[in-house]
Design a protein around this ligand. Structure first.
Ligand code: GLY
Length: 429
């Protein structure tokens, strides 16, 4: 089976790596891939950008690709799945209609309201004066979201009214996020602990991934600016069996039934970003129409089932005939980022030193994100550069193993959080 993975981040490295374990898979292409995917067995990077849908389509047609997996939200929201479906090329991901769940925050909030899915109170604005009046009438903190895609940077938690007023002014004027910010969602701030709940969906049936939790803020103690994620671990101790059941019953199934009911069935990875309040009630903060990054790295390290088989089963509408086997151990991933991330342009081209060879790794894996392999050297090429991931019998052991490996890797201005997994450690050891 020939597989195409679209994207070039850590999530796509983890997907390609996992697909490479499948006896069914003979060849994996990654578009455009990174320095990590360039070195995986059975895997070839191709020079096509993740957003270049005509070129991807042409490649899949010519190479007779049996399965395409789309990592990032951009091409999904832009309709890559619709175009592959139109040419009967097998692709696992939501259509543009279903991907609106991530592509428009206003659509997602309305959808949740219609289907009684628990989420914070909100209002949507395109007029600055109306938005300002609303902000002044609400208690701070509050959450301001650009309606459209903003490369994971479109959400701001405003602790004071002044901050919120400035933020809507910048978004609605187009100064921040361009067209994506011309509508804003202003939302109630819900206090609690975050968890990521990611499932495979075949239009009707749902197969949950192992639970996970990421660290979205840049700095130690969950402070500093929001990022795409500075580290993640799986499982998330906060999601016990009862909460797991509730998330499926109150959030995931109503979402899947809602899309089926409106004639646009949801197929693909479905990611619910949740806030669990002090009474253990789950609320949806956001939906994503894809696997999480960096959640994919620890989750896929724990997955013992064949991912290619599961994707093909999903395309046949047969996820109800499968379950997923998980390594009982905890997996924990630490993102190593370049100086300036996420606020400034990051310097690329620094040589990364100390990367282990495959033979030196035991129950550990360095997933690449912003890297390039040039003349045998791995160079930095983006904000989030690597995700050092380890398995351990306890959270503490996984954390120790991952941080031990981080110590041997370096490049100028590399930085990382030193407390990934500490919350789970406090809860679970
Ligand atoms: N880790 C957050 C995300 O993938 O959106």
């Amino acid at each position: 089976m020939k597989v195409l993975v679209v994207g070039g981040g850590g999530r796509e490295h983890a997907l390609a790596w996992k697909l490479g374990h499948s006896a069914e898979v003979s060849q994996i292409y990654v578009a455009p891939g990174n320095g990590g995917t360039a070195a995986e067995p059975k895997t070839t990077n191709i020079e096509i950008g993740a957003e270049d849908i005509p070129a991807l389509l042409d490649f899949a047609r010519r190479q007779k690709i049996d399965l395409t997996l789309v990592g990032p939200e951009g091409p999904l929201v832009a309709g890559i799945v619709d175009q592959f479906n139109h040419e009967q090329l097998p692709v696992f991901g939501p259509t543009a209609a279903a991907a609106r769940l991530e592509g428009s925050k206003a659509f997602a909030k309305k959808f949740m309201q219609q289907h009684h899915i628990p989420t914070g109170n909100y209002a949507v604005f395109s007029d600055l004066k109306d938005a300002q009046d609303y902000i002044r009438s609400r208690p701070a903190p509050m959450v301001i979201k650009a309606d459209g895609l903003a490369a994971g940077k479109g959400v701001m938690i405003a602790n004071e009214h002044e901050q919120a007023l400035q933020c809507v002014q910048q978004m609605l004027s187009g100064e921040r996020f361009g067209e994506a910010g011309r509508h804003v969602v202003i939302e109630e701030f819900i206090q609690g602990e975050e968890a990521s709940f990611i499932c495979m969906v075949d239009g009707e049936h749902v197969l949950p991934m192992a639970t996970s939790q990421d660290h979205k803020r840049r700095d130690v103690g969950d402070s500093g600016p929001n990022t795409g994620g500075m580290g993640a671990y799986s499982p998330a101790p906060i999601v016990d069996d009862a909460l797991h059941r509730r998330i499926l019953d109150d959030i995931v199934y109503p979402t899947v039934r809602g899309f089926a009911g409106q004639g646009t069935p949801y197929v693909g990875f479905l990611y619910a970003g949740l806030m669990i309040d002090a009474q253990n009630n789950p609320y949806v903060l956001e939906f994503n129409c894809r696997f999480g990054d960096p959640e994919a790295q620890p989750i896929l390290m724990r997955m013992q089932s064949d991912l290619a088989t599961l994707c093909m089963a999903a395309l046949a509408g047969q996820l109800d005939q499968h379950d997923i086997q998980w390594d009982v151990r905890t997996a924990l991933g630490i993102v190593l980022a370049a100086g300036g991330y996420p606020l400034e342009a990051c310097e690329s081209g620094a040589v990364i030193k100390g990367l282990p060879t495959a033979n030196e790794l035991s129950a550990r894996k360095v997933f690449h994100a912003g890297t390039r392999l040039i003349d045998g050297k791995v160079l930095t090429n983006g904000g989030r550069v690597l995700c050092v991931t380890a398995l351990g019998n306890t959270v503490g052991e996984a954390q120790q193993q991952a941080y031990d490996l981080v110590q041997q890797i370096s490049w100028p201005q590399m930085f990382y959080r030193t407390d990934i997994g500490n919350r789970a450690l406090a809860e679970n050891g």
